[in-house]
Write a protein that binds this ligand. Structure first.
Ligand SMILES: [Zn+2]
Ligand SMILES: [Zn+2]
Length: 267
């Protein structure tokens, strides 16, 4: 078993790189990766604070890599793509040679304003109202446009939580299978598949009780099967207790739905 989408105290996680790595060894994982939120070009409370801090981050993981044992430790990043406000992914590739990059959208940029879809629900609702005039389709279009632009221009190895804009929706503004919304997700995942980008299936919404399905939800599994999209299980763990939460159930679902799991041994 592997788990390579995880956070530590270098960003918004609760445990150190060493504590997280030890938990992975104790759980008997074959591969364990840290994917700290990469720095962005503005101050915030959730990312690795600065490019200078990144040196420390990769050094801490290098120490764990050198520790040995049966669990292979990997050094990754979860990088945001926010036009004009994030570093090019190639900057991280060239400067730090990470083992992989997860590309995720947490903030949607629209006409000079930012909609934070992954913060408190009040901010989500407020942004939807003030930036998009409560037009959820317009907001979803902006979210998926930005995701597609990230796929095209930044080429992440893995696409993070592709339909996370549904987290605070909670069936209030739109249904997950609304044809307009469903098509935007399909187009995005099709593009990722064409570019040979792995699509993660993220269990965090379920175990945190914030969402009733994975990101992306089971409603898209037949499409992933049909298009032979490579998928990866992800817990998005922010502490040692979360590194493989929900994986047993998700793994059997991946098997029964005949999804193609990516080859962790290529990393
Ligand atoms: Zn994320
Ligand atoms: Zn994450």
């Amino acid at each position: 078993m592997y788990s390579i989408h995880n956070h530590s105290t270098f960003c918004d996680g609760k445990n150190s790189v060493a504590e997280m790595s030890n938990a992975a060894r104790k759980a008997g994982l074959t591969h364990f990766g840290l994917s700290g939120h990469a720095p962005v070009l503005f101050e915030n409370e959730w990312s690795i604070a600065s490019v200078e801090k990144l040196d420390e981050y990769f050094a801490a993981i290098a120490t764990e890599k050198a520790t040995g044992g049966k669990t292979k430790i990997l050094a990754g990043l979860e990088a945001d793509y926010i036009p004009g406000l994030s570093y090019p992914f190639d900057f991280f590739r060239k400067s730090y040679q990470p083992d992989y990059l997860i590309g995720s959208i947490h903030l949607v940029s629209f006409e000079g304003q930012l909609w934070f879809i992954d913060g408190p629900v009040e901010g989500y609702d407020n942004g939807l109202k003030t930036i998009f005039g409560n037009d959820i389709r317009k907001a979803a279009k902006a979210f998926y446009n930005q995701t597609c632009e990230m796929i095209e221009t930044q080429k992440p190895d893995i696409l993070g939580h592709p339909d996370k804009l549904l987290m605070h929706n909670r069936n209030r503004f739109i249904k997950h299978d609304d044809p307009y919304l469903f098509n935007l997700l399909k187009e995005t995942l099709m593009l990722a598949t064409e570019k040979d980008i792995v699509v993660e299936i993220n269990t965090r919404g379920i175990y945190k009780g914030l969402h009733n399905d994975y990101y992306p939800g089971q409603y898209i599994f037949p499409f992933l099967k049909e298009n032979k999209t490579k998928v990866m299980m992800s817990a998005d763990g922010h502490d040692t207790s979360q590194i493989i939460l929900g994986f047993d159930k998700l793994h059997s679902l991946i098997e029964t739905e005949s999804l193609i799991e990516f080859d962790i041994f290529r990393l």
